[in-house]
Design a protein around this ligand. Structure first.
Ligand code: NAD
Ligand code: TDX
Length: 350
């Protein structure tokens, strides 16, 4: 099977490529990646060149995408601008890659009748109140909050439009927050690990009560394969591993993993529009026979710490650049305002 993986030099995509080559001997992979700041070609450098090639290019380059799709049996579309904080500073890049890039992939897949799996996020559903017992399901209405999540929501709508209008064989998955090896140092968990490895305390936005539903990247990618192999074209699948934890919980667990006082961290300026809570009901993907294997978050974090500890050449330059990025706006702050609960200011007008 010839697989085109867009965004395969990024966090989840590179783990997908590695896992695919390791577990499926009948596969060959072409990675299309623009090698933006978020990519790290070292994530693919040790792979068998006979089974994995990297094409440096833009997913918005319709002619290039068409040529690569014509040679594929399957496309898995990970390429995106993926960081909420950056989407607040440079939203246009998110519209371009996440929306126009997806349309280029859809157009080529429809032209060549190639099966597509589109990687999306739980953030398209907006957020839940901290005291709301609900979780996201495939029926939850879209209500994105940030330029990032709005661009991903738009991309999902275009996928469904291509399924309906052009008979494209496509599935969509909306996954919760991933963690694990090879995640860019700008993201929450690696940032805190690398600050701790560099002798600096973790940094929590606002009160730190915001909740994310953590899943190990290998569990996400196994779910993607379950959908590719057993999912129904045209359907949407939600992926999550019942891993809800507040940012405070995560930072305290990391401090403990480093043998530090759990409460030795800094509060900094909150993210504007900061989503309160995400929570996934993954019944749609579990129905395909998939079950997550990394259910112990503390153990998963410990393994992730070990990986970063052993791979400084992989992360050093990106970590320094990410800390510069944050230093431009981030200030120490007292955690005075609570995260708004249900019915508070953010829900007015929805
Ligand atoms: P990432 O930022 O680590 O990787 C994105 C990759 O896409 C990078 O290698 C980058 O170079 C590439 N890319 C960006 N613009 C491109 C363009 N114009 N053309 C070609 N390649 C381009 O992101 P990630 O965390 O691995 O996320 C991958 C996908 O999974 C994204 O679609 C994201 O929305 C989705 N997702 C991520 C999470 C998460 O927790 N990280 C959760 C759910 C869904
Ligand atoms: O230094 C930090 N301190 C902090 O408290 C950083 C970088 C983040 N945070 C908070 C913000 C969030 O509540 O941690 C939480 C996680 O932040 P991110 O890692 O930026 O992830 P999030 O915004 O939740 O989005 C992620 O999950 C869904 C991915 O980046 C998206 O690509 C994915 O779609």
């Amino acid at each position: 099977m010839r697989i085109l993986v867009t965004g395969g030099a990024g966090f989840i995509g590179s783990n997908f490529v590695r896992r695919t080559l390791a577990t499926r001997p009948d596969t060959r992979v072409t990675v299309l990646d623009k090698l933006t700041y978020a990519a790290n070609p070292a994530s693919l450098a040790d792979l068998d060149a006979g089974r994995c090639r990297l094409v440096e290019g833009d997913v918005c380059d319709a002619a290039l995408v068409d040529k690569l799709v014509a040679d594929a049996d399957l496309v898995v579309h990970f390429a995106a601008e993926s960081h909420n904080d950056r989407s607040l500073r440079e939203p246009a890049a998110f519209v371009r890659t996440n929306v126009e890039g997806t349309v280029a992939v859809l157009t080529a897949c429809a032209r060549h009748d190639v099966r597509l799996h589109h990687i999306s996020t739980d953030e398209v559903f907006g957020d839940l109140a901290l005291d709301d017992p609900a979780r996201f399901t495939p029926q939850t209405p879209y209500r994105p909050s940030s330029p990032y999540s709005a661009s991903k929501a738009s991309a999902d709508h275009f996928v469904r439009a291509w399924v309906r209008s052009f008979g494209l064989r496509a599935t969509i998955s909306n996954c919760s927050n991933n963690y694990g090896p090879r995640q860019h140092p700008e993201k929450f968990i690696p940032r805190q690990i690398l600050r701790l490895l560099s002798g600096r305390p973790p940094r929590v936005y606002g009160t730190g009560e915001n909740v994310r539903d953590w899943i190990h990247v290998d569990d996400h990618n196994d779910a993607v394969w379950a959908i590719i192999e057993r999912g129904e074209p045209g359907q949407t699948y939600l992926i999550g591993a019942d891993g809800e934890a507040s940012n405070l919980d995560v930072v305290r667990a990391l401090n403990r993993a480093f043998g530090r006082d759990a409460d030795d961290f800094e509060h900094v300026t909150d993210r504007p529009g900061h989503d309160r809570r995400y929570a996934i009901d993954a019944a749609s993907t579990r129905a395909l026979g998939w079950t997550p294997r990394h259910m112990d978050l503390a153990a998963g974090l410990a393994g992730t710490v070990d990986w970063y500890r052993a791979n400084e050449p992989w992360w050093r330059a990106a970590f320094d650049a990410a800390e510069d990025f944050y230093a431009a706006t981030e200030r120490r702050a007292a955690p005075t305002a609570r995260v708004p609960a249900r019915g508070a200011v953010r829900d007015v007008g929805n």
